[in-house]
Design a protein. Structure first.
Length: 349
């Protein structure tokens, strides 16, 4: 089937309306009419070729929500009309150690929702800036939020799971002081989720304008990171730091805020490296530096259910498809409150 999408033909070309094709649903496939798709900073990195290996045409988008419009003969978990989501993963090898442990996000053969090799035309996956997607039911998530919240659920499919997974893995909870660095799409979800898990949350931002808003998101304290006195007040006090910043910066500024045995986990994926950390900032207090990639499919469902139960959604600004480029420029300035979401109905016009 031919549908409308928004994508780019080269890294230095703007996104434009294009026609793409989707396969007819196979026996285990779910066909989804996309209602909304969030705009992740990874979309910008990928479509503008900031990371190696972008395949063109590139249709980004991995924060997809919508309604099931058809199912294959052997689909057992979904039926037409269901509210569902698709995140960053649409397939994996099914037999490696990671897949067997239910961690397909770490499978070397993981097929990402866009920019991964696939037998479907044009030979690589095309993402959610499009009217429809066809996905094996194993990678389809059930949305249990009320339908009127659907647009604000979309960012949970990447920003939500990418922050939920490390917060759970490093066992963030009551009695702990947790830092969230960068209050963008991921960071604002990190604040909401760490707060809901019972931690004392300190938000770190470069934007004075986000100081009050971060408190409303669930932060207990806010630090404007350009202010050395404010930073110093937190030395050796944090159990865990979730760093979501999309650009290279001095990691040492944050290591010194960790307690003995504290961990800083990077989820931000800048195109060029951070300046190296000072080894002594790690060894003198047995601190750790870690990374984390989105989350598995079972954990994404767990996160969606946790958010439905706790009434958590993203703070969003709805845009039309022809406003995506302008949204990218605002994202680069940190001017997002806190996630752009594309109204897929505007792809047709
Ligand atoms: P975003 O909405 O643009 O937020 C990033 C935030 O970082 C900004 O709002 C800003 O917050 C802060 N920041 C400080 N200095 C910056 C600078 N020079 N340039 C850009 N941001 C700066 O981005 P996002 O969608 O949350 O994604 C954040 C990063 O995570 C991206 O690199 C993305 O590719 C990556 N990511 C990784 C995974 C994973 O699995 N590990 C998944 C999704 C995304 P303040 O104004 O508060 O300083
Ligand atoms: Zn993303």
């Amino acid at each position: 089937m031919t549908i409308k999408a928004y994508g780019a033909h080269a890294g230095d070309r703007p996104l434009e309306s294009m026609d793409i094709t989707r396969r007819a649903p196979g026996a285990h496939d779910v066909q989804i009419d996309i209602a909304y798709c969030g705009v992740c900073h990874s979309d910008l990195h990928q479509v503008r070729s900031e990371w190696a290996g972008t395949l063109y045409p590139c249709v980004p988008g991995h924060e997809i929500v919508g309604r099931v419009s058809a199912v294959g003969a052997h689909v057992s978990g979904f039926q037409e009309g269901d509210l569902v989501g698709v995140g960053c993963i649409v397939d994996s090898c099914q037999h490696c150690e990671e897949c067997e442990e239910g961690l397909e996000n770490y499978c070397d053969g993981m097929v990402a929702t866009y920019n991964s090799a696939t037998p479907d035309a044009p030979g690589h996956t095309l993402g959610g800036y499009s009217q429809q997607i066809v996905v094996h039911e194993r990678y389809v998530l059930r949305v249990r939020h009320p339908e009127e919240q659907l647009a604000a659920v979309a960012p949970l499919l990447c920003a939500g799971i990418t922050t939920y997974s490390p917060l759970r893995h490093w066992k963030v909870g009551p009695g702990q002081k947790v830092g969230v660095v960068g209050i963008g799409g991921l960071g604002h979800m990190g604040i909401k989720l760490a707060h809901a898990m019972g931690a004392h949350v300190v938000a770190f931002t470069t934007s004075e304008s986000k100081r009050q808003e971060a408190l409303a998101l669930g932060a207990d304290e806010v630090v404007v990171s350009r202010n050395a006195d404010e930073m110093n007040a937190h030395r050796k006090s944090l159990d865990f730091i979730l760093n979501t910043v999309a650009a290279p910066h001095e990691l040492d500024d944050y290591f010194v805020l960790l307690k003995r045995d504290g961990t800083m986990t990077l989820v931000g994926a800048p195109a060029s490296p951070h300046p190296s950390p000072q080894v002594f900032n790690l060894i003198m207090k047995r601190r750790s530096l870690a990374g984390s990639l989105i989350g598995s499919i079972p954990e994404t469902q767990e996160m969606l259910d946790f958010c439905a139960e706790h009434g958590i959604v993203a703070d969003i600004e709805m845009i039309r498809a022809d406003e995506i480029e302008a949204a990218y420029e605002r994202m680069l300035k940190g001017d997002v409150k806190y996630r752009f979401v594309i109204d897929s109905a505007t792809l047709a016009s």
